[in-house]
Design a binder for this molecule. Sequence first.
Ligand code: URA
Length: 271
Amino acid sequence: MSDPIREDGLYPMRLQRFLARAGVASRRGSERLMTAGRVRVNGAVVTELGSKVDPASDVVTVDGAVCRIAERPCHLMLYKPAGYLTTMSDPHGRPTVADLVPVAERPGLYPVGRLDLDTTGLLLFTTAGELGQALLHPSHHVTKHYVALVSGTPDEGDLGRLRAGVRLEDGPAAPAEAELLSPSDPLFSLVAPRGAGRTGGGEPNAVVGLTIHEGRKHQVKKMMQAVGHRVLRLHRDAFGPLVLTGVAEGSWRELTEAETAAVEAVARGEG
Ligand code: URA
């Protein structure tokens, strides 16, 4: 019989999953804590990996510290600045997006997908693992809108190739929506703050708006490169039904109820 799902979203689960959701360690790391005898449930040491706990009633401790998981999932959007890695920890101590979101208050938060070090814009975080995985699943074709400052000026032929599905090294990209943005477009100044026309070196450039439905590594940069234009700056202003609004660069905010309902619908395949 499957676990009954309760209104608080918590249900009996394997202890290592509980520990991972509580942000104590990865599942593998949690298993190691268990087998080392550092985990207790209601005061008794539990080393058996299949053991289950009820988050609503059992008291779980690691080395004596009580662990809890958030009762309701937390979803938030970060306006990622350039210069932050999309990872929750970096062995070399470089700045990461984890420095910018409330990991202590909301253990288990993780980014849904990734933005390159130099890419700015909307990065969704959630404590709900299933939701994040569903949004990233290729079958859901979650749309992402990017604004790119590029070298040169793509002509109709270049835009047509992007719209048809340009060929990349790892296989063809799905057809994208692509358009040149004019300086009067509010998104234009996000990547070309001093106006387009020339980069510092005097190279002519333009701003392209791109909607894609895939999430391959460096996808936009590779697509633009494939049609002969280097991405000089890249910003994501929309992810699925979410639009980057009401949040300053380097800050985050929780999703509104309407936004939460909209992402949950997309994750169910209804978006
Ligand atoms: N495509 C890229 O090339 N980089 C990003 O950060 C996101 C999409």
